[in-house]
Design a protein around this ligand. Structure first.
Ligand SMILES: NC(=O)c1ccc[n+]([C@@H]2O[C@H](COP(=O)([O-])OP(=O)(O)OC[C@H]3O[C@@H](n4cnc5c(N)ncnc54)[C@H](O)[C@@H]3O)[C@@H](O)[C@H]2O)c1
Length: 140
């Protein structure tokens, strides 16, 4: 997902209002901040995530970076609400891990497997396009 913002990212201290807090509170506050960012991004794209209780009425959305941390959760959230979701991702994040010989602490299944599992569990299809959005030939 691409979230364009003109404001600088919140530091943890600023996000917490400057107060000393525990890990659980930090996680809760970060979840709340992420939800607001996702909602703001969605509204700016004409998607009312809070009020789309029963479904997106088949409205089509494209999640750029849908294999990523924010993009995957957003894709599932909107798919569950009835939007027709397409994911576009170059898989550059995974390629970087391969090149550096690194991996995430918890294994993350391939985007192909995750999309297939989502369809198996919910019956909802998420279309998948593997490519770089800076590649005009792919994107056009
Ligand atoms: N477990 C965790 O706490 C955890 C896990 C992952 C990420 N994070 C953090 O959350 C941050 C936010 O996550 P995010 O979703 O913004 O980043 P991300 O790196 O998880 O996802 C970005 C996605 O965009 C894709 N992408 C990048 N350039 C592209 C291009 N030109 N065309 C198509 N796809 C492209 C990448 O392949 C990747 O899948 C990460 O940067 C990281 O700091 C935390």
């Amino acid at each position: 997902m691409v979230v364009a913002t003109k404001k600088a990212p919140l530091s943890m201290k600023a996000a917490m209002g400057g107060a000393k807090v525990g890990v659980q509170q930090k996680v809760q506050r970060l979840a709340s901040v992420s939800k607001k960012i996702m909602a703001a991004a969605a509204v700016s794209n004409g998607i009312d995530m809070e009020n789309a209780k029963t479904g997106g009425g088949g409205q089509r959305v494209m999640i750029i970076g849908g294999d990523g941390y924010c993009g995957w959760a957003t894709a599932l959230h909107l798919s569950k609400k009835g939007y027709e979701v397409s994911i576009v991702d170059s898989l550059i994040r995974r390629h970087m891990d391969q090149q550096c010989g690194t991996q995430s602490l918890t294994p993350i299944a391939s985007i192909h497997d995750r999309v297939a599992k989502w369809e198996e569990l919910t019956g909802k299809k998420i279309d998948l396009y593997i490519g770089d959005i800076t590649d005009y030939g792919f994107f056009s």
